[in-house]
Design a binder for this molecule. Structure first.
Ligand SMILES: Cc1cc2nc3c(=O)[nH]c(=O)nc-3n(C[C@H](O)[C@H](O)[C@H](O)COP(=O)(O)O)c2cc1C
Length: 191
Protein backbone atom coordinates (compact mmCIF):
# COMPACT_ATOMS: atom_id res chain seq x y z
CA UNK A 1 0.00 0.00 0.00
CA UNK A 2 1.36 3.41 -0.93
CA UNK A 3 2.16 5.83 1.86
CA UNK A 4 -0.17 8.40 0.30
CA UNK A 5 -3.14 6.06 0.81
CA UNK A 6 -3.15 7.15 4.45
CA UNK A 7 -3.07 10.90 3.78
CA UNK A 8 -5.89 13.28 4.64
CA UNK A 9 -5.59 16.56 2.73
CA UNK A 10 -7.35 19.46 4.43
CA UNK A 11 -8.07 21.86 1.57
CA UNK A 12 -9.33 25.27 2.65
CA UNK A 13 -9.71 28.95 1.98
CA UNK A 14 -9.79 31.60 4.67
CA UNK A 15 -10.11 35.33 4.03
CA UNK A 16 -9.52 36.47 7.61
CA UNK A 17 -8.03 33.49 9.41
CA UNK A 18 -11.03 31.87 11.13
CA UNK A 19 -11.44 28.97 8.72
CA UNK A 20 -7.67 28.51 8.72
CA UNK A 21 -7.77 27.86 12.46
CA UNK A 22 -10.52 25.29 11.98
CA UNK A 23 -8.44 23.65 9.23
CA UNK A 24 -5.58 23.35 11.70
CA UNK A 25 -7.92 21.68 14.22
CA UNK A 26 -9.12 19.18 11.58
CA UNK A 27 -5.47 18.45 10.78
CA UNK A 28 -4.71 17.86 14.46
CA UNK A 29 -7.61 15.43 14.75
CA UNK A 30 -6.54 13.61 11.60
CA UNK A 31 -3.04 13.19 12.96
CA UNK A 32 -4.27 11.79 16.27
CA UNK A 33 -4.39 8.23 14.96
CA UNK A 34 -1.24 6.24 14.18
CA UNK A 35 -0.76 5.48 10.51
CA UNK A 36 -2.63 8.52 9.19
CA UNK A 37 -1.09 11.81 8.17
CA UNK A 38 -3.17 14.96 7.74
CA UNK A 39 -1.77 17.89 5.78
CA UNK A 40 -2.99 21.44 5.16
CA UNK A 41 -3.52 22.95 1.70
CA UNK A 42 -4.44 26.63 1.36
CA UNK A 43 -6.19 26.88 -2.01
CA UNK A 44 -4.52 30.24 -2.73
CA UNK A 45 -1.12 28.53 -2.65
CA UNK A 46 -1.69 25.39 -4.69
CA UNK A 47 1.06 24.57 -7.18
CA UNK A 48 1.44 21.55 -9.46
CA UNK A 49 3.04 19.54 -6.65
CA UNK A 50 0.14 20.33 -4.29
CA UNK A 51 -2.40 19.24 -6.91
CA UNK A 52 -0.48 15.98 -7.36
CA UNK A 53 -0.60 15.48 -3.59
CA UNK A 54 -4.37 16.07 -3.57
CA UNK A 55 -4.71 13.50 -6.35
CA UNK A 56 -2.71 10.99 -4.31
CA UNK A 57 -4.46 11.57 -0.97
CA UNK A 58 -7.02 9.06 0.28
CA UNK A 59 -9.27 11.69 1.81
CA UNK A 60 -10.00 15.36 1.17
CA UNK A 61 -11.58 17.60 3.79
CA UNK A 62 -12.93 20.81 2.25
CA UNK A 63 -13.18 24.02 4.27
CA UNK A 64 -14.62 27.37 3.21
CA UNK A 65 -16.01 30.35 5.10
CA UNK A 66 -19.59 31.28 4.34
CA UNK A 67 -19.75 34.53 2.40
CA UNK A 68 -23.16 35.79 1.28
CA UNK A 69 -24.76 32.48 2.25
CA UNK A 70 -22.43 30.50 0.05
CA UNK A 71 -18.91 29.06 -0.06
CA UNK A 72 -16.50 32.00 -0.47
CA UNK A 73 -15.90 32.84 -4.13
CA UNK A 74 -12.24 31.89 -4.03
CA UNK A 75 -13.19 28.41 -2.84
CA UNK A 76 -15.80 28.22 -5.61
CA UNK A 77 -13.00 28.94 -8.07
CA UNK A 78 -11.09 25.99 -6.60
CA UNK A 79 -14.21 23.84 -7.01
CA UNK A 80 -14.33 24.71 -10.69
CA UNK A 81 -10.60 24.12 -11.01
CA UNK A 82 -11.24 20.48 -10.04
CA UNK A 83 -13.33 19.89 -13.18
CA UNK A 84 -10.55 18.07 -15.05
CA UNK A 85 -10.43 15.62 -12.15
CA UNK A 86 -14.21 15.32 -12.33
CA UNK A 87 -14.00 14.46 -16.02
CA UNK A 88 -11.34 11.77 -15.51
CA UNK A 89 -12.98 10.49 -12.27
CA UNK A 90 -9.60 11.01 -10.59
CA UNK A 91 -11.10 11.57 -7.13
CA UNK A 92 -13.72 8.80 -7.29
CA UNK A 93 -13.98 6.77 -4.05
CA UNK A 94 -11.81 9.12 -2.00
CA UNK A 95 -13.33 10.02 1.33
CA UNK A 96 -14.61 13.59 1.73
CA UNK A 97 -15.82 15.83 4.54
CA UNK A 98 -16.31 19.53 5.11
CA UNK A 99 -16.38 22.50 7.45
CA UNK A 100 -17.40 26.11 7.39
CA UNK A 101 -17.44 29.19 9.58
CA UNK A 102 -19.63 32.27 9.62
CA UNK A 103 -20.49 35.17 11.90
CA UNK A 104 -24.14 34.40 12.57
CA UNK A 105 -25.24 31.29 14.44
CA UNK A 106 -26.90 30.13 11.24
CA UNK A 107 -25.71 32.66 8.66
CA UNK A 108 -27.01 30.26 5.98
CA UNK A 109 -23.88 28.17 6.35
CA UNK A 110 -25.80 24.91 5.82
CA UNK A 111 -25.86 25.99 2.19
CA UNK A 112 -22.05 26.03 2.14
CA UNK A 113 -21.87 22.47 3.48
CA UNK A 114 -24.44 21.35 0.92
CA UNK A 115 -22.22 22.85 -1.77
CA UNK A 116 -19.27 20.86 -0.43
CA UNK A 117 -21.31 17.62 -0.31
CA UNK A 118 -22.40 18.28 -3.88
CA UNK A 119 -18.81 18.86 -4.99
CA UNK A 120 -17.76 15.57 -3.39
CA UNK A 121 -20.73 13.72 -4.89
CA UNK A 122 -20.03 15.07 -8.37
CA UNK A 123 -16.57 13.59 -8.01
CA UNK A 124 -17.95 10.23 -6.84
CA UNK A 125 -16.37 10.69 -3.43
CA UNK A 126 -17.75 9.16 -0.20
CA UNK A 127 -19.00 11.75 2.27
CA UNK A 128 -18.14 11.40 5.97
CA UNK A 129 -20.43 13.42 8.21
CA UNK A 130 -20.07 14.28 11.85
CA UNK A 131 -21.01 11.49 14.27
CA UNK A 132 -21.58 13.50 17.43
CA UNK A 133 -25.00 14.59 18.57
CA UNK A 134 -25.92 18.25 18.42
CA UNK A 135 -25.08 20.15 21.59
CA UNK A 136 -26.43 23.33 23.19
CA UNK A 137 -30.01 22.25 22.58
CA UNK A 138 -31.38 21.52 26.05
CA UNK A 139 -31.63 23.16 29.46
CA UNK A 140 -28.34 21.47 30.35
CA UNK A 141 -26.57 22.57 27.19
CA UNK A 142 -24.14 25.41 26.61
CA UNK A 143 -22.13 26.97 23.77
CA UNK A 144 -19.17 25.04 25.17
CA UNK A 145 -20.76 21.78 23.98
CA UNK A 146 -19.29 19.86 21.09
CA UNK A 147 -21.26 20.45 17.88
CA UNK A 148 -22.94 23.44 19.54
CA UNK A 149 -24.63 24.46 16.29
CA UNK A 150 -26.12 21.00 15.82
CA UNK A 151 -24.95 19.99 12.37
CA UNK A 152 -24.41 16.49 11.01
CA UNK A 153 -23.22 17.14 7.47
CA UNK A 154 -19.95 18.55 8.73
CA UNK A 155 -18.50 21.15 11.08
CA UNK A 156 -20.23 24.46 11.52
CA UNK A 157 -18.33 27.07 13.49
CA UNK A 158 -19.24 30.62 14.43
CA UNK A 159 -16.97 33.59 15.01
CA UNK A 160 -18.10 37.10 15.86
CA UNK A 161 -17.89 39.53 12.97
CA UNK A 162 -16.11 42.18 15.05
CA UNK A 163 -13.41 39.90 16.44
CA UNK A 164 -10.32 38.39 14.86
CA UNK A 165 -9.44 34.75 14.45
CA UNK A 166 -7.70 34.73 17.82
CA UNK A 167 -11.16 34.90 19.45
CA UNK A 168 -12.94 31.65 18.64
CA UNK A 169 -14.68 29.03 20.74
CA UNK A 170 -12.74 26.01 21.91
CA UNK A 171 -15.88 23.90 21.38
CA UNK A 172 -15.69 24.64 17.65
CA UNK A 173 -12.05 23.56 17.52
CA UNK A 174 -12.88 20.39 19.45
CA UNK A 175 -15.69 19.65 17.00
CA UNK A 176 -13.31 20.20 14.08
CA UNK A 177 -10.71 17.92 15.71
CA UNK A 178 -13.41 15.26 16.02
CA UNK A 179 -14.16 15.48 12.30
CA UNK A 180 -10.46 14.99 11.51
CA UNK A 181 -10.25 12.06 13.89
CA UNK A 182 -13.41 10.49 12.46
CA UNK A 183 -11.99 10.82 8.97
CA UNK A 184 -8.79 9.07 10.13
CA UNK A 185 -10.89 6.27 11.70
CA UNK A 186 -12.87 5.76 8.51
CA UNK A 187 -9.73 5.84 6.40
CA UNK A 188 -8.13 3.12 8.51
CA UNK A 189 -11.34 1.07 8.47
CA UNK A 190 -11.76 1.19 4.69
CA UNK A 191 -8.16 0.83 3.57
C1 LIG B 1 -18.01 39.03 1.93
C2 LIG B 1 -18.46 38.41 3.22
C3 LIG B 1 -19.70 37.82 3.28
C4 LIG B 1 -20.13 37.22 4.48
N1 LIG B 1 -21.34 36.60 4.49
C5 LIG B 1 -21.75 36.00 5.62
C6 LIG B 1 -22.99 35.28 5.65
O1 LIG B 1 -23.68 35.11 4.65
N2 LIG B 1 -23.39 34.77 6.85
C7 LIG B 1 -22.67 34.94 8.00
O2 LIG B 1 -23.10 34.51 9.05
N3 LIG B 1 -21.45 35.55 7.97
C8 LIG B 1 -20.98 36.07 6.82
N4 LIG B 1 -19.76 36.67 6.78
C9 LIG B 1 -18.88 36.58 7.95
C10 LIG B 1 -17.84 35.47 7.79
O3 LIG B 1 -18.46 34.25 7.43
C11 LIG B 1 -17.06 35.26 9.08
O4 LIG B 1 -16.42 36.47 9.42
C12 LIG B 1 -16.06 34.13 8.98
O5 LIG B 1 -15.57 33.86 10.28
C13 LIG B 1 -14.91 34.47 8.07
O6 LIG B 1 -14.05 33.39 7.95
P1 LIG B 1 -12.56 33.59 7.46
O7 LIG B 1 -11.84 34.42 8.52
O8 LIG B 1 -11.98 32.24 7.34
O9 LIG B 1 -12.63 34.32 6.14
C14 LIG B 1 -19.30 37.25 5.62
C15 LIG B 1 -18.06 37.87 5.54
C16 LIG B 1 -17.63 38.44 4.36
C17 LIG B 1 -16.26 39.05 4.30
Amino acid sequence: MEETNRVIAVVYYSGYGHTARLAEAVREGGNALDGVEARLYDITRLDDDSWAELDAAAALVFGAPTYMGSAAAKFKAFMEDTSKRWFSRAWKDKLAAGFTCSASQSGDKLNTLVQLVTLASQHGMLWVGLDILGGNNSSKGSPDDLNRLGCYLGVMAQANADQGAEVMRESDFATARRLGERMAEQLLRLR
